[in-house]
Design a protein around this ligand. Structure first.
Ligand code: ASP
Length: 419
């Protein structure tokens, strides 16, 4: 079994030790060593995380392709796949929209933009809004005309769309003709999971390195100036978690405390890696082994959810957009705010599930609203920690979706456990 009983505790210890060491060495913390030594130590420690993420990155593309094809074909029932597909997309859209409204609500009530006083001129601009493609361009680009290029570029949403097409084609062709291909796909999945199992062995160490490096590099000053903005994002994320627990209790009819305790290791991994994609193999395992979700559901919902279901990211993008409009004195009418909410739903779907990318997509959203590019530079300083938090919410959302689909599909599913 890959996910060990006490893995969450090991990861938590790794995080705590990493944070402690980081605080001890950082020039913003105890500054026990000169800043250059602290930064060099951080880069060395980050190697632990790089090995972990590298092993996962090595197999993430074949794993996503194999999982989706096997997920679609686990029931060998086209009616089932259509039903779950439709429900899932509607569920994803509805929860994303609610999450975004929560974010806009907090930002409109608290008005962090009016309470923030930072000199934008002194802020370095690392993300160019002009470099980000516009939203219609992103939507047009979704069809993977060149799947190999999509795989090489690790363009996950295109890889998912490609895999769904292949999965459906396999489903509609005679099983006898497809048996060789299915055996091959099964083998690809097993090989990928074996490598993930090796990565898992160093997860607590990787987390230790990632967190220590982050704390060493992160400045605390940025947080003080942007305190209200950070507060709005965190309040929004906590509210979304509360919404998930209500969904788990009342729609999926499960015990929310048990749900949380079964997924804590995955949440900690999402927090430490800031990547729904890197966490995906563990999300899938937790769904099957801890939440008893049938593979026909988990192998379909998790890879898809990890790529397009990002309530945390959508909410964050909405908060940031409204905050920046407030800060730069751009008035948004009711209709414009509603349009912004829809744009954020689209933006969260199009945001790749990798670290720090939400802010790049945000750059395109706020550029359309007339926010100067300096605005993105301004919030960049606090983005890393917010990214960790929103990724935790994104992954929790995928597991919540699994429990809901399990309930809605009435467990009429076939399939074997992953490991
Ligand atoms: N890091 C996020 C994720 O992987 C995406 C983002 O919001 O930057 O879910």
């Amino acid at each position: 079994m890959i996910i060990k009983q006490n893995l969450w505790l090991q990861i938590l210890i790794g995080m705590a030790l990493g944070a402690l060491l980081g605080f001890g060495l950082s020039s913003n913390g105890l500054a026990l060593v000169p800043q250059s030594t602290a930064l060099t130590t951080g880069s060395w420690l980050a190697i632990l995380g790089a090995v972990f993420l590298g092993l996962i990155g090595m197999v993430i593309i074949p794993l996503i392709i194999a999982s989706i094809i096997l997920g679609i074909n686990a029931s060998r029932d086209i009616g089932f796949v259509k039903r779950i597909g439709l429900r899932l997309v509607l569920y994803f859209l509805a929860t994303s929209f609610i999450a975004i409204l929560i974010g806009i609500g907090y930002t409109e009530i608290i008005k962090p933009g009016a309470m923030t006083n930072i000199q934008t001129a002194s802020v370095a601009i690392d993300v160019s809004a002009n470099a980000a493609p516009t939203l219609p361009m992103r939507i047009k680009n979704l069809i993977p005309a060149n799947p190999l290029k999509a795989a090489v570029d690790i363009d996950l949403i295109k890889v998912v769309i490609f895999s769904i097409f292949i999965g459906f084609a396999v489903l509609t062709l005679p099983s006898k003709l497809m048996s060789g291909f299915m055996d091959f796909t099964n083998a690809i999945q097993s090989i990928s999971l074996k490598i993930i199992e090796w990565a898992m062995m160093i997860a607590p160490l990787a987390v230790f390195g990632l967190i220590a490096d982050m704390v060493i590099k992160l400045g605390v000053d940025a947080f003080i100036g942007l305190g209200w903005y950070v507060f709005c994002v965190l309040a929004g994320l906590l509210t979304i978690i509360a919404m998930y627990l209500l969904i788990v209790t009342f729609i999926a009819k499960r015990n929310p405390i048990e749900f949380l305790s079964n997924i804590r290791a995955v949440q900690l991994l999402a927090f430490s890696t800031s990547s729904s994609a890197a966490t995906m193999p563990f999300t899938m395992q937790a769904a099957e082994e801890r939440l008893n979700i049938p593979p026909a559901i988990s192998r379909f919902v998790v890879p898809l959810g990890a790529t397009i279901n990002m309530d945390g990211t959508g909410m964050y993008q909405a908060v940031a957009a409204v905050f920046l409009c407030q800060f730069f004195g751009i008035e948004l009418t009711f209709v414009e705010t509603l349009l912004l909410a829809f744009t954020c739903v689209g933006a969260s779907i199009g945001t790749p599930s990798t670290p720090g990318i939400g802010i790049v997509v945000l750059a395109a959203v706020v550029a359309d609203l007339g926010v100067p590019a300096a605005g993105i530079g301004m919030i960049l300083g606090v983005d890393r920690i917010l990214d960790m938090c929103r990724t935790t919410v994104n992954v929790t959302g995928d597991l919540t979706a699994c429990t809901v689909m399990d309930r809605w599909m009435n467990k009429k599913t076939i399939g074997t456990s992953l490991i």
